[in-house]
Design a protein around this ligand. Structure first.
Ligand code: ADP
Ligand code: MG
Length: 147
């Protein structure tokens, strides 16, 4: 399913709508260039889950954990994974006790779950984005309701 957003607020709003439907164990993968808006989508989802802290790009961390109203939120940014020689046990965060958002998921292809929502963001202009959302069967209803 494809969405066009014309500014940051519209991107956050779309993510917020998605976030309202997510619960512990759900996994959302984000692809797209640096600066596409993946972290801004995470902000919108966090807002929907009742996360009070500001969600921003984890700089030298791979995982950030937030507390939402009814669930935790794990925000993984695997962009620098190869440069870090820490052995993170990423499986602790995927399909467990929180909603899990993963930027640059294909760094850990072998541990990705069978069921996920996938968001690809394409930069189409200075403030416009083409956001494509796909999913596996488990999430068909959630994604279908975004329209
Ligand atoms: P990523 O996590 O994909 O690297 P970020 O969310 O950190 O990207 O940054 C996106 C950048 O693009 C921000 O500087 C934001 O202000 C800018 N931007 C401009 N238009 C949009 C839009 N429509 N949606 C999301 N971000 C936008
Ligand atoms: Mg980011």
């Amino acid at each position: 399913m494809e969405f066009i957003t014309n500014n940051i607020d519209e991107t956050i709003e779309l993510a917020y709508k998605l976030g309202l439907k997510l619960k512990a164990g759900d996994v959302v993968l984000f692809t797209g260039d640096l600066g596409a808006g993946k972290t801004h989508m995470a902000k919108g989802i966090g807002k929907a889950l009742g996360v009070k802290k500001i969600i921003n790009s984890p700089t030298f961390t791979i995982v950030k954990e937030y507390q939402g109203e009814n669930t935790k939120l794990y925000h993984l940014d695997l962009y620098r994974l190869e440069g870090l020689n820490n052995d993170y046990d990423l499986e602790e965060y995927i399909e467990t006790d929180g909603v899990c958002l993963i930027e640059w998921p294909y760094q850990v292809e072998e541990i990705l779950p069978k069921e996920f929502i996938k968001v690809n963001i394409e930069i189409t202009g200075e403030t416009s984005r083409k956001i494509n959302i796909e999913c596996t069967p488990k999430y068909k209803e959630i994604v279908g309701d975004l329209r």
